[in-house]
Design a protein around this ligand. Structure first.
Ligand code: TUI
Length: 314
């Protein structure tokens, strides 16, 4: 059995978080992952307080196990969402796309376990000082909004810099990746891309097909000029965006292009105009499975390779 201090800390059976993917990680997916023994996470993304409250209530009709809410700090609704997680007594809050410092005192006082996603050692240190329970160290292999450093380089540096558990994210989609993360000092993993094709994931069929067909070179990062690079599957949208970016479009113009593109991909399956956020590991994701099968495969696969690895030591 694969148990780490993170499991006890959060009351979960398996050290697997499901990534808080915008427009994708809803009550359906998150409840299925929590029921499977991992940590399911609802993405608050750019939604308002009412939407999040409804999703939390729906999740609670499907599971009584621990779950998390991902607060996307660039959201115009971040303040009201930050209050909803307190009012609803959400057990775990994961933050992304910014520095959560301004909310951490209130969340800690409410007894919420706060686990910021960090893309750098500096932010990991800062949030650890402010009382974070753990951090997710997310490498540039990830889908969505990314930092510069790879998972392989980032995770051990964050592990050395803080004395709270570190969850590795970016480029992990099977037991080998989980085992590798543990060898780097992580106490858990966060997985996004593989859960895109979970049976309980309500994303468009077009999105799932694109992930299943993807190979190792199917994603690209765009938006570096805006200061907010984003990794997605190559598509008409990323081509048009990259062309505008290369032609010197302003951050405002590029921001306007991006508005609505995540929704168009996730909800409408609009191939021409959608932004299909996805990690570099998509080439290894070739099968639709239930959330439980995915969680079990990640954990069982890691146990297998970790046990086998000792044979290499004389
Ligand atoms: O947040 C994510 N992934 C996301 S957010 C998202 S929605 C979005 N869409 C378009 C543009 C921007 C956001 C889609 N995917 N992952 C966690 C993450 N956080 N990755 C990188 C960071 C990050 C980067 C810079 C965190 C903090 C930071 O600077 C902190 C500071 O000091 O402001």
């Amino acid at each position: 059995m694969l148990k780490t201090p993170l499991c006890e800390l959060l009351g979960i059976e398996k050290p697997v978080f499901q990534g808080g993917m915008a427009w994708i990680a809803d009550a359906s997916l998150a409840s299925a992952v929590s029921e499977a023994g991992g940590l399911g996470i609802i993405a608050a993304m750019n939604a308002d307080a009412n939407w999040l409250r409804d999703q939390i209530h729906e999740l609670r009709t499907k599971t009584d196990k621990p779950f998390g809410v991902n607060v996307m700090l660039m959201s115009p609704f971040a303040d009201e969402v930050a209050q909803v997680v307190i009012d609803e007594r959400v057990p775990v809050v994961v933050t992304g796309a910014g520095n959560p410092a301004k909310y951490m005192k209130a969340w800690n006082e409410a007894g919420i376990k706060v686990i910021p996603v960090v893309a750098s050692v500096a932010l990991a240190r800062l949030v650890a000082r402010r009382g974070a329970t753990a951090v997710v160290a997310e490498g540039t292999e990830s889908g969505g909004h990314i930092g510069e450093t790879s998972t392989m380089a980032l995770v051990p540096q964050v592990v050395d810099a803080v004395d709270i558990p570190v969850v590795a994210a970016g480029g992990i989609a099977d037991g080998r990746g989980v085992a590798a993360a543990f060898m780097l000092g992580a106490a858990g993993v966060q997985v996004g891309t593989r859960f895109l094709v979970a049976d309980e994931c309500t994303v468009s069929e077009q999105y799932k097909e694109m992930v299943l067909k993807a190979n190792d070179t199917s994603t690209r990062a765009t938006g570096r000029s805006t200061g907010h690079p984003v990794r997605a599957l190559k598509s008409p949208f990323t081509n048009a965006y990259a062309k505008s970016e290369a032609a010197g479009a302003s951050s405002e113009e590029l921001g306007a292009m991006g508005t609505g593109a995540l929704r168009k991909a996730a909800m409408d399956g609009n191939y021409e105009e959608g932004s299909f956020l996805c990690g570099q590991i998509a080439g290894m994701v070739n099968e639709c499975q239930s959330a439980r099968e995915i969680v079990d495969d990640l954990v069982d696969g890691a146990e297998r390779v970790l046990k086998g690895a000792s044979a290499w030591v004389a």
